[in-house]
Design a protein around this ligand. Structure first.
Ligand SMILES: [Zn+2]
Length: 370
């Protein structure tokens, strides 16, 4: 059996309750070292350490129904689930496993049904998500074929395990999905109804925040914080990953969410007030009196717009109000004034975008749209 030591890998005696099933489960924004950069976790390190009882596969090992290849050459053991897969493919994708499998094995090393085994600390659900992209089987295709949004469980597991086991190409693909979801591109953000690659609730952005810390990907943070700030008290309850563990934010990030929510609402309210300001009609307006009257009516009726703002993302346009005819007169704004309103809204969105990292007490290099 290949023996893994250190914080990333534990002997099989642990239980799900004792061992958090996801990294950073407590949300602590610690900088995590890659597996082999940690001397306690390097596969060559074990022989230099004090000997601990040999971890062994549990006696009640269950074959994973999806990943138990009869001709597999290594069994990954996660809790009481065994995944019999191909050593050669793991070596090809992961320098971590390449180093591990180069270690000489004692003659009496434990095996699973005669096959060498590796006990991993990752819960079986996460291992399965990773194997689905490493060994695509029927119905589970790799990242490159996107027909419907991925689940946050799958993306998070793949990013975390790719990071841990140094599977760089998968890590890059997983992070790219998160970066598309929680974009740093103003043009993408303001596109109405843009297709998102991950099916995520607001509270799932907790996972994006923790992954941003883990992988040092700060560009994810502003929109992820904005999303969590809309989750209300669900932010404190956390989000369940793989039906197994609850992932929460670290205390400094909870502070960011709460303070950022206030700052966001204040700034958005000011922005909306400026968009709806009834100060003047546009320069090219052919119906100044009529348009001024409509602008004044809309400005006096801002409560609905503010209510929508409090409940939804800024991507929701505020100015479709102006596409409707005035209730009393049946008139609409002229095209020139309608363009003026759109231009005002665009400027205010740019301002909010630029202020977003500061609202959540974040520094993100190259964020500004101006
Ligand atoms: Zn006009």
């Amino acid at each position: 059996m290949y023996r893994l030591t250190g914080p990333g890998v534990k002997p099989p005696a642990y239980t799900a309750a004792r061992r958090p099933p996801v990294d950073n489960l407590d949300g602590r924004a610690r900088k995590r070292r890659r597996a082999t950069s940690d001397p306690n976790c390097h596969p060559h390190a074990w022989s230099r350490r004090v000997q601990v009882p040999e971890p062994a596969p549990p006696p009640t090992l269950v074959h994973d129904p999806e990943f138990w290849f009869e001709d597999g050459s290594v069994v990954l053991v996660s809790l009481n689930t065994g995944f019999r897969v191909y050593k050669r493919l793991l070596v090809e994708h992961s320098p971590f496993f390449r180093d591990l499998f180069q270690m000489p094995q004692p003659a009496n090393a434990p095996t699973v049904e005669g096959t060498p085994c590796v006990v991993v600390s990752d819960p079986p659900e996460q291992v399965r998500h990773l194997l689905r992209v490493l060994f695509p089987t029927n119905g589970h295709l790799a990242f490159s074929k996107r027909e419907e949004p991925y689940s946050m469980d799958a993306v998070a597991a793949i990013v975390r395990l790719s990071h841990k086991y140094q599977i760089d190409h998968l890590l890059a693909q997983g992070l790219a999905l998160l970066m598309e979801q929680y974009t740093d591109d103003f043009e993408a953000w303001k596109t109405p109804g843009r297709a998102l690659p991950i099916a995520a609730r607001d509270v799932d952005a907790i996972t994006a925040i923790n992954i941003a810390h883990l992988t040092n990907t700060p560009s994810l943070l502003p929109l992820a914080f904005l999303a969590v700030s809309r989750a209300g008290t669900n932010m404190l309850r956390g989000c369940v990953r793989d039906g197994r563990g609850i992932e929460r934010l670290a205390f400094p990030d909870i502070e960011r969410v709460l303070n950022g929510r206030v700052a966001w609402c204040e700034s958005s309210s000011k922005a909306i007030a400026r968009v709806f300001a009834p100060d003047n009609a546009s320069a090219g307006c052919p119906e100044r009196r009529r348009c001024m009257r409509i602008l004044a009516t809309k400005a006096s009726d801002l409560d609905d717009v503010l209510e929508r703002m409090y409940r939804s993302d800024v991507v929701y346009t505020w100015t479709d109000e102006f596409d409707e005819e005035d209730e009393d007169t049946g008139h609409k704004l002229c095209d020139s004034c309608r363009d003026m309103i759109d231009a005002r809204e665009l400027e205010e969105r740019k301002w909010l975008w630029d202020e977003l990292p500061a609202m959540f007490n974040l520094t993100v290099e190259g964020w500004s749209v101006r």
